[in-house]
Design a protein around this ligand. Structure first.
Ligand SMILES: [Zn+2]
Length: 171
């Protein structure tokens, strides 16, 4: 069954489009524009840039999860599955989830994604580049499960891996 998981509304005579019943203002941005921004910030800040994008990702993930938890009424793993659909081509086109393994009993877990919009636009790199997504997943999981987590991207397609893998640890 194909289910529509998002809804965009144009607002006549305004420079706005809105998404979901909550009326969140969204923009459609070329993926390369985001990565250009990241590269310019990296050129200025060096390694500190990853912390900046990670932090921004956490805030984005928390805000996104708050809205979607309210909108969908799904919880737990069902919520994560729906979130996966929402962020792949059925929704906003950020990435495709390959595997989610969240086992907080064992204090860790991972999310694997393909076609990260950051990794694909970035080009080759010696280290992972999806700092924003790393923070984003961490923020979503914190909000959805009430766990305090850190995230590390241990594999990234930008450095030649088959997928981007994000590992989580409770703290
Ligand atoms: Zn990556």
């Amino acid at each position: 069954m194909n289910e529509q998981v998002y809804e965009i509304t144009r607002v006549e005579n305004e420079a706005r489009i809105r998404m979901l019943e909550a009326g969140i203002r969204v923009i459609i941005m070329r993926a390369g524009t985001f990565v250009d921004l990241q590269k310019h910030i990296e050129a200025i800040l060096g390694d500190d840039a990853s912390a900046l994008f990670y932090g921004a990702g956490i805030r984005a993930g928390r805000e996104s999860a708050k809205v979607l938890l309210e909108e969908w009424k799904e919880r737990g793993v069902e919520f994560l599955k729906k979130l996966g659909e929402f962020y792949q081509s059925a929704g906003v086109g950020w990435f495709k989830i390959e595997d989610i393994n969240i086992n907080f009993e064992k204090e860790n877990g991972h999310i694997r994604v393909k076609q990260s919009f950051i990794a694909e636009e970035y080009g080759k790199s010696n280290q992972p580049v999806c700092h924003f997504l790393c923070g984003f997943f961490s923020g979503v999981l914190q909000e959805a499960f009430g766990e305090k987590l850190t995230c590390e991207e241990v594999k990234c397609t930008a450095k030649g891996d088959q997928y981007c893998e994000f590992k989580f640890r409770r703290y």
